[in-house]
Every structure is written in structure tokens, then in C-alpha cells.
Design a protein around this ligand. Structure first.
Ligand code: 2HA
Ligand code: ZN
Length: 276
């Protein structure tokens, strides 16, 4: 048995493989990080005896993430290669006891053992989400689904408009992303400003669309996280087709129907999105 036989590693690889096959990761597009559970850290320690890169100072301190371990996609790596060269495409990274430094324990072998350039924005989101609910949020995933990107170019960048339009496609949508979708205008990727604005929206939502770029999701596990993206991307595709066929003349659930759905499935849909 080796490190690649551990369930958590296999599941991480499967997310990367599925994301690639679904067309969410052209070239080196997208990135993913996962905050490991204590029992997974223990398992990994059987295979990792000493760090492969010593401590690196972080641009931002994250006290709430002190002592955590992350699976992290590597800078410039392609999701497509995760299955064939996992040790290059991602790695295991440990945060120090004060939340000021990180070190690489395994993987990231190519490209100078560097985590994704979006590692710091990802850590900010992990910090916000862990503080909100440590068990509910472990994955931060960013990808480039085609229909979501097209939709972001033609719809107003307003959270209510876009959330309701996506929800209206099928009940699976409000059930899968009940806190709705935040959206930001086009911005230069990887900047501190974009990271901050995303973090602000992540306090309220689990999903943020970066207009004409892609989507960012925080989730409990790999199934949930990929499931949310898959559902939103399918919904965005249906919405674009319906609008192509019928313009604005198509059936949508009413406010009362949303209230009924909410009551039966205990979704706690925000009032601002339910109200017509
Ligand atoms: O290449 O997708 O947003 C990684 C990205 C940056
Ligand atoms: Zn991107």
C-alpha cells in the first residue's frame, strides 16, 4: 500500500479527472484545495517522514488554519495529468502552528514544488468557511464551465436575478445551492482584490461566479462540490437554450411554489430570492 492508495487521495484524483472530462479545465485552467480530516492526516503520516520543502512564509496570516493539512493543486499543472502523474499535479501542504508559514510534505514534484498561484485566495475562503462551519466546508474548487461563463456575459451581475434564473430550471437547483449564487464583474485573476471580494461573497454563499472567467465553490466533500458545479452548469445550459427558443416567455415556478418546496425540504431559502 502506498500514499496513492488512500481513499482521500483517490477521491481527490477522481474529482480532477471528472472535472477534466466534463470540460471544466482547458489547459491549466482551474484549481482545487482540500482541508484534510484529522484521521486522513494520521494515515498520510505513515508515508511522509520528512518535508520535501521547508517552511515558506505566507502573504497573509491565517490563525484559524494553524496546524491544518491541505491537498493542493500545483502551479501551472493541468488537471488532465492528475491520473498519470499525481505526484506532480498536486501535493500535501502543512500550515504551521501560528498560521504564518506552510511547507510541502509530499508531491508538487514538477514546477518547483509550488502550490497553485491561487493558494492564498483559497486559504482565505477556507478560513471564512471553517469559521462558519468546520465540518461543512473542506473543499474549495475553481473551474471554467462553458455555459456559466456564457451566461455571465449576457445576464445582469445581480445575485438575485442570476440565482432565480438558475433555480427556475429544476427543483434540484434550489435544493443543491439553497444559499444562492454570488457574482462578481470581470477582474484580473489571482489578485488580492479579487480574493477579498470573493471572500466577502463567500460569507453569504457557497458559490461565486467570476464573470467571463468561471466559478468558485466551497463544499463539504468532493461529491458535493463537483455536484454543485455540475448542477449549475447544466442549469445554465438549459437557461441559455430556453432563452434562445422562447426569449422571456417560458414557465417558471411561482413564489408560492418556492415556499412549498422550501417548507417540505427545509431548505431555508433566503427571503430576498423567494419573493417575486
Ligand atoms: O489557471 O484558473 O483563475 C488557473 C486559473 C486561474
Ligand atoms: Zn480560472
Amino acid at each position: 500500500m502506498g500514499i496513492l492508495d488512500l481513499d482521500v487521495i483517490k477521491e481527490f484524483i477522481r474529482l480532477c479527472e471528472d472535472g477534466w472530462k466534463l470540460g471544466y479545465h482547458e489547459y491549466h485552467g482551474g484549481n482545487v484545495t482540500y482541508r484534510m480530516k484529522p484521521e486522513e492526516v494520521k494515515e498520510v503520516q505513515n508515508f511522509v517522514t520528512k518535508p520535501v520543502v521547508e517552511w515558506t512564509e505566507m502573504e497573509e496570516k491565517h490563525t484559524s488554519l494553524a496546524g491544518e493539512y491541505f491537498l493542493v493543486k500545483g502551479a501551472g499543472e493541468c488537471f488532465r495529468n492528475t491520473v498519470v502523474r499525481p505526484q506532480d499535479v498536486f501535493g500535501i501542504v502543512q500550515i504551521n502552528k501560528t498560521g504564518t508559514e506552510y511547507r510541502v510534505l509530499w508531491g508538487l514534484e514538477k514546477n518547483g514544488r509550488r502550490p497553485t498561484s491561487e493558494f492564498m485566495p483559497h486559504l482565505s475562503i477556507h478560513s471564512i468557511k471553517k469559521t462558519a462551519d468546520a465540518e461543512k466546508y473542506r473543499v474549495v474548487y475553481h473551474c471554467h464551465p462553458e455555459n456559466v461563463i456564457i451566461l455571465s456575459a449576457v445576464m445582469p451581475h445581480d445575485s438575485k436575478t442570476i440565482t432565480r434564473a438558475l433555480w427556475d430550471m429544476e427543483p434540484e437547483c434550489p435544493m443543491t445551492f439553497p444559499t444562492g449564487v454570488g457574482i462578481l464583474d470581470w477582474a484580473v485573476p489571482g489578485t488580492v482584490d479579487l480574493g477579498r471580494a470573493t471572500g466577502e461573497l463567500m460569507k453569504k454563499h457557497d458559490v461565486v461566479i467570476w464573470s467571463q472567467h468561471g466559478i468558485l465553490v466551497a463544499g463539504r466533500d468532493f461529491d458535493t462540490t463537483l455536484g454543485v458545479v455540475h448542477t449549475i452548469e447544466k442549469s445554465a445550459g438549459m437557461l441559455l437554450r430556453i432563452r434562445q427558443i422562447a426569449g422571456d416567455h417560458y414557465d417558471r415556478p411561482t413564489e408560492e411554489q418556492y415556499r412549498e418546496l422550501d417548507q417540505i425540504f427545509h431548505l431555508h431559502l433566503p427571503e430576498e430570492y423567494v419573493k417575486g
